[in-house]
Design a protein around this ligand. Sequence first.
Ligand code: HEM
Length: 431
Amino acid sequence: MAIMISNPFGLFADPIGYLRRMAERNGPVVRMEFGPRQFILLNEPELIEEVLVRQAVAFEKFPRIERTKGLFGEGLLTSEEPLHLKQRRLAQPAFHRERLAGYAAEMVGATRRMTMRWKDGEERNAAQEMGNLALDIVSRTLFSTQTDEQAGRIGDSLDEVVKTLNHLVTPWGNVLLGLPTQVRKRYRAALGELDEIIHGFIAHRRQMTVKPNDLLTMLMEARDAESGLGMPDVQLRDELMTMFVAGHDTTANALAWTLYLLAAHPEWRERLEKEVDEVLGGREARMEDAAKLEMTSVVFRESLRLFPPVWILGRRALRGVEMKGMKIQRGAVVLVCMAVLHRQGSLFERPDVFDPMRGEPAHRYGYLPFGAGSRLCIGERFAWLEGVLCLATMAQRWRLDLAEGARVEMQPLLTLRPKHGLPMVLRERNT
Ligand code: HEM
C-alpha cells in the first residue's frame, strides 16, 4: 500500500533522514504518493539491479531534465537512447587507461599549486578549496586551460549555474520551481558566459595544427564507427558542458568529505600518511602509484559510502514493469537513494561507523556511488585516480584539522555537500 505524503515539509527539510526513516519503518520497498505521482524507494540490491541493469530499457531518467536542458542539452547525462549509446561509445576512449596517465600529472600538479598557497596554522574552507581544485583539474584535463584569468571566468559562471541547479534537480524539483526572476536572470547570464567560453575553445581548437592531448581533442577527433562522422559543434558543446559540471562538483565533495573523515579519525590519517611516505618517499605521485596506495584507496571508498556525492537517482517507468513478483505501474518513479542504501544495517555492519577495512560490500548493487548499468558514471576511473592522487599529494605535506566550533551537516542538493562549508586549520607536517 502506498503512503500518502500529505505534508512534504519533512521530506524537503531533511530528505535523507526522511527517506531513511521510511526505509527503516517500511522495509526494502516503500511506495509513496506525492500529488498525482507515485514514488517507489528501493533499498534492496537485487531490485535495484533489475531497474538499473536488467530492465533498464523500461525506464527513463527522472527528473526528465528539461529544466536543465539549457545547460546539458543532449549530453551524456541527459540524453536517452539511441543517442546516448552512440555518444557513450564516442566518448569512452577519452577515459581509457593510457589517457588517464596524462590526466594524473594534471591532478598532482593542480594539488601542488593549491598547497603552495597554504600557510601553516591558517584556517580555510576546505570545501571551497576542494571545489577550486576539482575545477582546476577538470578544466585542464578537458580543455588544457592555462591562465588563471580563464579559470576565474569559468569558475564564477559555473558556481552560479551549480547554485541554481542545486534547487532544480531534486526528484521533486518541479514543486520547487517557483524561481524568483533575479535568480533566473543570473543563471541565464552565467550560462551564456559558459556557452561563449566553450564555443570559443572549440573554434580555437579547430584552428590549431598541434592539438593538446586533452578530452576536447579526443571528443573532436572521435568518429562514429558506421558513418565515419565526427560530432557536430552543438553536440560537442553539450558533452563538454556535461563533463565540466558532472566532473567537478562530485569529486570536490568526495574530497571534502574525505578530509573531514580523516580529521575525525586521526588514527586513520596517520596510517594514510605513513603509506604515502613509504610509497612516494617525497617524490611526486604518478598514475602507477594509485594501485599501491591501498590505505588511501580504502579511505576514499569508505568516504564514498558514507557521503555519496550523488546521493539519489530517479528512474521513471515507461511502461508497466514486473520484477521479482513486484509490480511497478507506468509513470511511477523509482528512487535509489545511495545515502540511505549505503547505511543499511542488512548490507553493512555498524553502517554509520567509518571503517575503511570493512572490505568489499556484501552485494554488488548495495554500493553504488557511481550508479550502475548503461548509465554508470563514465568518469569513475578518472574520479578514483583523482581522489587517491589528490589525497596522497595533500597528505605528503599537510594535515587538516576541523576548526574549533565547526558544525558539519549534510546538505543534499545537486550533490551531497557540507551545509556550512568545512572550516579547517592547515598544519604543515614535520617531514
Ligand atoms: C566522485 C566523483 C563522481 C561521482 C560520485 C559520480 C557519480 C555519478 C553517478 C552516480 C552517475 C550516474 C547517474 C545516473 O545514473 O543517473 C554519473 C554519471 C556520469 N558522470 Fe559521474 N561521478 C563522479 C565523477 C565524474 C567525473 C570526474 C566525470 C567526468 C570527467 C563524470 C562524468 C559523468 C557523466 C558524463 C555521466 C553520465 C554517464 C552516462 O549516462 O552515460 N563523473 N556519475
